[in-house]
Structure formats: structure tokens, C-alpha cells
Ligand binder design. Sequence first.
Ligand SMILES: [Zn+2]
Length: 438
Amino acid sequence: MAAARWNQAITDFKLAIKYKYNLEQQFKIHHKIGQCFIKKKSYKKAVSSFTTALELVNKQALNLNENTRKEFNKILVDCINKFSAKADDVKKTVEDFKPLNPSNIDPRVTDQVEVLETVGKGRNAFAKNNIPVGSILAVVDAIGPHLNPDNAAQREFLEPSSSGDWPVPVNNDVEKFSLLFQMAMNEKEVSEETHARHSLVVVLLLRALRKTTYYKDGGLETPAEKFSQQELLLGKLMYKLRLIQDMNSHPIWGVSRSQKDKIGKDHIGAGLYTGIGSYFNSDCNPNTFRVNIGKKMLLIASKNIKRGQEVMDNYCIHFSELPTVTRRPWIQEHFLFYCECEACEEDWPTYSNLPQDRPNQKIADKLVALEMENIECIEKGNIDKAVESHKKEITLIQGGLSEPHQLPVTIRNSFQFCWWKKVVQYLQQLEQADPVNV
Ligand SMILES: [Zn+2]
């Protein structure tokens, strides 16, 4: 966490320089930046900052008294001499998560899925080839993420990282918004109460807009008593967006980085993920799971997916956590469809009532060995290796057990936990890395 504080300080100092704070004595700020880099053992960058400071001190134009100038000159020369010889701490470069072979059509999603559109049924994503467990299928930024307002402390999860990216378009804004407006909103199935609620909010928003400078700056006609045609168009768009948001929001989870062994996961808000919501349908026993890095969402294969199989997300909750009798109506109420997935149709039991019979001896022995390896890897912080042994376990189970069964659920949860660990590790590496230029 200390590295994060020095990074924050460096960013603040750089902003001070950018906005010409205390222009006469900017060398002091460069000196301070150098000191922060020393704390981070980034000596090359420190020396570079000290050198800039020295150049500024020696600029004749600088309105300094001669003693001060000499004093700082000496301090800076000493710093440069002292730290020039020191070797930087070797930092690993932090690799961003990318989908497996990004698609040409939508680079946020892997090209290993084929998205087909069926009239009346919407889009489905099928595996074009066999997709190995653990493959990253999509990396998508949220459009218009909104946070739970009651937990401001969690805001940090949404403002991380040197990549610091607010939503990026598919290729351009037109494509992004056209995808957004194509998302399902099930207008006909929505209850009258919901329609009334959205109408009311939209009217309020339009009225509120009249109190802003939007009209002047947006070049729109000054509103009369009644809503103008332009306002009505805006209202329709807002109304549609609200319906889309109801149907397509994914939760955003923040992960706590403070605890070493535990993963604290908090529901910190929701966002629209066109790259996931537009292509992947829901199943209560999905072959994927999602993790968040800030606003970014990763969709990961939780099983080996065979060529031709549909790649499924989960909009609700895993079958093992909530009985069909509660889960199905919940999906119907919130997403306005009657779930016909295998787990729903066959009324698979929840976790504690799932079959627990042991797989055959050969598989059981291998699983025990892999499980020992997992525990050891996680204890040692070797998350990548833990991910690999989970993949082997899942492959073994897929070949040797039929669902529903307790074991695939246990390993799925444990695999997902590993991925959250990976996220924590990634965020920590980002903190160690030097901040990007402001
Ligand atoms: Zn279902």
C-alpha cells in the first residue's frame, strides 16, 4: 500500500507542475518527485527528476537569492551523485488482461465464439472451436457504471490503475451506442407500474434539464410550456435507456486488497456491459464466470467448452445457491423470461443436497494430489500455478463425473476464488508500477 501512496504523491506533484503551481520554485516540486521515486527504489526516474530540478535552479531567470540557489544546487548535485550509481528495483511489467484472440468485429470478445442472431430469440454465442477452461472470453468496460451511493469508500475500486480507463467504444461511439440501444428491454412484458415509474423519472429529468445551460450550449430552442419535439425525442431515448438498464445491468464487485489470505468481495454498483450482455445468454449452470477489475469485467471459461456448445453467462445466481422454486420466479420478475436451462428444467438441488459420491479411484487420487498442490500454491502466493492446477482438476472432473454433482460446484467456486486472487495480485502490481504521466 505504501507504493500506492508514493504514486499518488507523484501524480499530485505532477499535476501541480502541469497547472503551474508556484512557478518560481517548481524545482522544489521536481525534487520532491525525485524523493518519492527513491522511496519506490526507482532510482533512474529519481535522478531524472533531480536533474530537472537542478536545471531549473541554475536557470538565471529564476528569481532566487544566491545563497538559496547555492544551497539547493549542492543538495541536488549530492542527490544525483548518490543515486546515479544505484540499480533500480527490478519491476515486473504488469500485463493487461486480454481476451483469447480478440475478435475483429468486437475486440472486447474472443474470436473463438460465434455470435448468431435468431429472429425473436436474440443473439447467442457458440464456441467456434473447443475452448479450454480458464480462457478469457471477454474483457469489457462498463457503459455508465453507477455506484452504490451509500459506500463512498469503495469508490477507490473504480478509480484504479495506470490504465485508468473510462468506457471505451467498440470502435467508435456510434457503434458503441448502437449496440447499447440494441440491447433487450422486453418493453411489452414490463409491468404498467414500471412503465409509470420510468415515465415519471424521465419527465423529472427533462424538467431538470430546463434548469441547466443545456439549451443554450446545445443550441436547442428555448423550451416553451409544453415539451418540444426535441425534448420528446430526448425523453424517449432516456426512457428506452432506463428499460435497457433494468434488463441488462451487471453487478460490479469490488475486491478488497488489504487482507492477505481472505478475499473481501463487495457489491459496489452496477454497469452496462454491451460486450457481454449483447452476446451471452443466461444459464443457472453457466460455463463461465465473471470477475471485475474496477469497472472492467472479465468473462472467463469455467469449464472446457466444446465446439458448438453455447457459451453461457449467469444473470441471476448459480443453481447451487438458490432452489429452482425461488430462482425461476426471480429471473422471471427481474429479467422477464422463463428460464429453461437444464438446472431449472430438471430442478437440480442446491449445494448441500447435491450428490457427493466419490469419483473412481484413479480420478480421486489425482484430484487429491491436485488439491494439495492448490493449497500449497495459494499459501505461497503462486496464484498462476494454482489456476493451472484448478484447470487440470476441472478437466478431470468433466471427463469423469456427470452433473449435477457437488464436486464441480466446489471446484468452480475455488477456481473463481483463484481468479479474484489474480485480480488482487494484478492490482498490487499496478500499485508497484510507476504512475503514468499526467
Ligand atoms: Zn435456469
